[in-house]
Design a protein around this ligand. Structure first.
Ligand SMILES: [Zn+2]
Length: 452
């Protein structure tokens, strides 16, 4: 499928032909600058349209490529027709001729067009797709849900239902904005994670297949070979990876520079829950609990690589993808500072702050419920005191850590079922009532519910 970024359409045509016959599933044929996509009962003509989907035109993409511009990393992917490989703008391989290059808004779109990921610049570690300038809230929310695993657990119909649109409309929006169908975006996410596990860990292949959401090793091998053009075993270099012992994994997650890491740590430090989280010497560490499995997380910055280094200690590899997805959200790794600055710079006051501290990120939370409890306590007390009270809740109602975490990390934060029925002694009465109510709601799967 061809869906290069930046080809401005001259006309926009959409044709619905009901009862048109086609083979089952999606079939596509290139049609001049646009394309034709049809399924069993409908034909859509979709024309890539710069003014209603992406902010990048062809010239910007070309400049980003020629300048190895990390600000565009993950916002544009470069397909080289002579090699059949797609790259990040920062790829160190010599530049191909312009006439041999095509641009794509997502890795999934490049893959759908038949390009294989470059083994040198590793598109699997690129920053995620940023929110598209508010042009499609549905696509943004859809991307977020896919990143949280929505298509690992259910199909596109259910995803569309959650977004309040039909699955057909959702597919059409995804194609227009991202150049790829929701299923292709989800498949690329799983394959990219598998490739990270192959390159960066010693996990056996059967475990890699499981951890990246493939039901069987056979299915994993087939899909992987199709995507990378070779079997997974061929991509695993010999030798043990440093710092990669049993149950311990290290990932580099790229971001688009600048990244105000110290400012983010300065935000997290006074809010850190004693015994559960710690911020020290430029590093964020915390206890994690996923489906009752305890683990540890350590995040530091690698500014020279425009990446965060994430060390995860977790004895259930099938939970790794979820852990890494949460880290990506928590540290706002999909943000595109360039776009944010463009908008905020219009305000004179904000522009001066942007100059003082470029690359600010929106801090996220590991667990929404934990954040809700903290917000309730912060209404009643000071910031420091509320962190102390969070620590008291962990001390009293959390579980002792079952993995070795060092002296400062010792407990999990208590889960909603525990807090819903606890007396919460020592917590201001108004806050304890609200915490119990929030815990009951969360237990019932209400807002703030996160998979865990
Ligand atoms: Zn490359």
């Amino acid at each position: 499928m061809r869906h290069p970024v930046g080809e401005r359409r001259r006309v926009r045509v959409r044709v619905n032909i009901r009862r048109a016959r086609g083979r089952a599933g999606w079939n596509r044929t290139s049609l001049l600058a646009g394309e034709i996509t049809f399924n069993a009962d409908r034909i859509f003509l979709l024309f890539p349209c710069a003014d209603d989907h992406v902010d990048l035109d062809e010239q910007t993409c070309e400049q980003a490529r020629l300048n190895y511009d990390a600000r565009y990393d993950g916002r544009v992917f470069i397909g080289v027709t002579t090699t059949g490989v797609y790259c990040r703008p920062i790829c160190p391989t010599p530049h191909a001729k312009r006439s041999h290059v095509q641009y794509f808004p997502t890795a999934a779109a490049a893959a759908q067009a038949g390009f294989r990921p470059c083994l040198r610049c590793r598109p699997e570690v690129a920053p995620g797709t940023p929110a598209w300038n508010g042009t499609s809230t549905t696509v943004n929310r859809g991307l977020r849900l896919i990143a949280e695993g929505a298509l690992d657990e259910a199909g596109v119909e259910r995803l569309a239902e959650r977004l309040g649109v039909t699955s057909r409309h959702l597919s059409r929006l995804f194609l227009r904005h991202l150049g790829a169908l929701p299923t292709a975006v989800a498949r690329t996410r799983r394959l990219h994670f598998a490739k990270q596990l192959i390159s960066d860990t010693n996990l056996p292949m059967t475990q890699v297949a499981l951890a990246s959401g493939f039901g069987s090793i056979r299915r994993f091998n087939d899909v992987f070979r199709q995507y990378y053009g070779r079997p997974p075993s061929e991509l695993r270099r010999l030798g043990k990876r440093p710092g990669s012992s049993e149950g311990e994994y290290v990932f580099q997650l790229a971001y688009r520079p600048p990244y105000a890491w110290n400012a983010l740590l300065a935000f997290l430090a006074p809010r850190a829950i004693p015994g559960v989280e710690a911020v020290r010497d430029g590093t964020y560490r915390r206890v994690i609990a996923l489906r009752d499995v305890h683990g540890l997380l350590e995040v530091t910055q690698r500014p020279e690589k425009h990446a965060l280094r994430v060390r995860v200690q977790l004895h259930r590899p099938e939970l790794l993808l979820q852990a890494i997805s949460r880290v990506r959200a928590m540290f706002d790794l999909n943000a595109a500072p360039e776009l944010i600055q463009q908008d905020l710079r219009r305000d004179r006051l904000l522009a001066s702050y942007l100059r003082l501290c470029p690359g600010l990120r929106l801090p996220g939370a590991w667990d929404p419920f934990e954040l809700v409890v903290h917000a309730i306590l912060a209404q009643e007390t000071s910031l420091e005191d509320s962190a102390g009270l969070m620590g008291r809740l962990a001390e009293r109602y959390g579980e002792p850590l079952t993995v070795s975490g060092g002296i400062d990390l010792a407990r999990t934060f208590p889960q909603p079922p525990t807090l819903a029925v606890s007396d919460l002694a020592g917590i201001p009465p108004a806050a304890s009532n609200m915490i119990r109510a929030a815990a009951r709601r969360r237990r019932a799967g209400g807002p703030g519910h996160a998979r865990g």
